[in-house]
Design a protein around this ligand. Structure first.
Ligand SMILES: *Cc1c(COP(=O)(O)O)cnc(C)c1O
Length: 370
């Protein structure tokens, strides 16, 4: 009998989610309504210290609308990492502002504070760090730089539901933070995003931009989008919200098992966690020798039926869509990470036997290249 494939990610949808969707569908009220309002309130209370929270139809929409709501536009610069999903830089570019790509530090794959400092100009409006893989960015140093230069922080918390820094939740550090609810993220609503806001003004602006610029029907105040979440999606998200803490704890236990099993395997560097950080392991990302990474990934799949992922193989400043913002830019740690990272399965559906299989497979495959 063939051994079962271990996928790199696996959304968990239970009977409760199906029942919640059915309840909304039967009500006949499907578009944004009371489920969305309840989900916003519950999400903000759970993940952002009660901050005013606005639901939208994707994380990318949330990031784009959050930036517009914070007044970012043509002539402004926003500092972003290049080692991230393209949505980070895209959302800045979509406002008409310029994404300024800077390098990461090598320990946690997050924005390098010294590189951020060096990239600040009189046009810098804000810094948008990413809590990459579920590990918070270097909050103390980035906040100090933002304060010193009078620039804002906008958080990309797409991958970091429940992560924290010295007891402060991610999602409470910026003028706004965006969380994604895409199926492979730590919790899902199908598609969706949440914007947690530091001020009532930003929250109101996001609400206006989400719904054609209207607060009162047909009294359109500004030019806006339709970026609304449906009650169907909110119903899924509300159920997931009751389960996500247990899933996060399981991700952390799985990561600890992988750390222990892979410690000392030559050529495999397990992920580091900063002493101030709580990591929620959206991804469990190891570093491998650049010349070995693709061989190891292929052998895990072909010989052991173990899935894995490369997040992200092409730095954003070299994407055809975004390279015009970074002509000739050299970001050595970003390039090195893009060539070395491999994310192993860490999702909460893994059994102990799965974890043993992953560890045995990586150990066998990593040793085979020498
Ligand atoms: C997923 C993700 C986004 C975008 O979220 P969507 O819900 O897919 O639009 C933005 N930034 C990062 C780092 C992400 O992982």
């Amino acid at each position: 009998m063939a051994i079962e494939f271990i996928p790199p990610a696996k959304p968990i949808i239970g009977q409760e989610e199906r029942d919640a969707v059915d309840r909304v569908l039967r009500s006949g009220m499907i578009a944004q309504g009371p489920e969305v309002a309840a989900f916003e309130q519950e999400f903000g209370a759970h993940f952002a210290d009660g901050r005013e929270t606005v639901a939208v139809n994707s994380g990318t929409s949330g990031q784009h609308l959050g930036l517009l709501a914070a007044g970012v536009g043509p002539g402004d610069e926003v500092i972003v990492p290049s080692f991230t999903f393209a949505a980070t830089g895209n959302s800045v570019a979509l406002t008409g502002a310029t994404p300024v790509f800077v390098d990461i530090e090598p320990e946690y794959f997050t924005l390098d504070p010294e590189a951020v400092r060096a990239a600040i100009t009189p046009r810098t409006k804000g810094i948008m760090p990413v809590h990459l893989y579920g590990h918070p960015f270097l909050v103390d140093q980035i906040e100090a730089i933002a304060r010193e230069h009078g620039v804002a922080i906008y958080e990309d918390a797409a991958q970091a539901h429940g992560a924290s820094w010295n007891g402060r939740q991610v999602g409470t550090m910026g003028d706004f933070a965006m969380f994604s609810l895409y199926p492979t993220k730590n919790m899902t609503s199908g598609e969706g995003g949440m914007v947690t806001c530091a001020s009532e003004t930003i929250a109101r602006n996001v609400r206006l931009l989400r719904n054609q610029g209207m607060e009162t029907q047909y009294a359109n105040e500004v030019i806006g989008f339709n970026a609304r979440m449906t009650d169907v999606h909110a119903a899924i998200g509300r159920v997931q919200l009751t389960k996500v803490d247990a899933w996060t704890a399981q991700r952390q236990r799985n990561a600890a098992a992988l750390d222990a099993g892979l410690a000392g395997v030559a050529g495999v560097q397990t992920p580091k966690v900063h002493e101030s950080a709580v990591h929620v392991y959206h991804q469990y990302t190891v570093r491998l020798d650049a010349g070995e990474r693709d061989r190891i990934r292929e052998a895990l799949k072909q010989e052991h039926n173990v899935g894995s992922g490369v997040y992200y193989p092409i730095p954003n400043h070299r994407l055809p869509s975004l390279e015009k913002y970074a002509p000739g830019l050299d970001l050595p740690e970003t390039e090195r990470a893009a060539a070395e990272v491999l994310s192993l399965p860490v999702h909460p559906s893994l059994s102990d036997a799965d974890l043993d299989r992953i560890i045995a497979a990586v150990t066998a495959v990593a040793g085979a290249g020498a």
